[in-house]
Design a binder for this molecule. Sequence first.
Ligand code: AHR
Length: 333
Amino acid sequence: MKHTATTSSLRWTAFAILAAAITTFTGCDKKSDTQSANSQGGGKKLTVGFSQVGAESDWRVAETKSIKDEAAKRGVELKFNDAEGKVENQLTAIRSFIAQGVDAIILAPKVETGWEPVLKEAKAAKIPVILVDRGISVSDDSLFATLIASDFVAEGKLAAEWLAKKTGGKAKIIELEGSPGAAPAIDRKKGFAAGIAAFPEMKIIAAQSGDFETGKGKEVTETLLQQHGKDVTAIYAHNDNMALGAIEAIKAAGKKPGQDIIVLSIDGVKSAFQAMVKGELNCTVECNPLLGPAAFDAVEKALKGDKLDKKTIVQDRVFDQSSAAAELPNRKY
Ligand code: AHR
């Protein structure tokens, strides 16, 4: 027994030395795999700053949750800042993340322009910046690692195509625009205009910003209905929340949303599906806000020095009243 135990303990010692050597040279034991995913060596927990535009819509709330949930799942320490719709607050938050020495920054930028100086500061501090949901306009695209977003121009075109089909190419449209200067406001307008261009009897008779918010969507629609109420046959909103506000305004004006006035929008949030099931919203073009997993994959790749595509396009779909009820139970946001 003694001999066996000694032999066995010698064998274990040899095995342990070999295993330690393999680990030292390859660095690929289970623990270091986990460490490389969650930290930058030295066992340090990854710290990521997330600068969010605000909480103006159901979509944005879902995006925030997706990023917070994914950080928690991966054991990442997330420094979260809600800019309450103000670009200045986003700039302050990013500078504070840099000062705190975060490993990476996730940025959902409110507008397209004005980011160069702060992104240069992040680059000088060697902090990769991952853009989620909205693109920016910079002369040097090395200022950000990657952009993960939907194709907003395509979304606008899909909305226009749906409306052209529904109306036989005849509509007098109110357009509820998103926040001025924001990529989805600019691109969804561009895409929709391109989509209706082939139909001379589809005309935008009024357009105004509702800032992606339900309350402002309602307010703006009330005013525009007072001015153009007799003519309007359709309302195209750059997001679901403004469309939900418009539905309230149409009802207040004594008309039936979804029947007297066609209402279509973009996002595909649960409340939009409920409105379609009720017959009040006609169509929504999906824009997926569940960007957390892709954002943190990108963070990890950037920190490992892996090459990232400059843009990853999230695939979206079109839903209308004919598909809403079947899809509603599947909606995750
Ligand atoms: O950038 C995405 C847009 O921003 C969503 O359509 C909207 O709901 C949000 O606030």
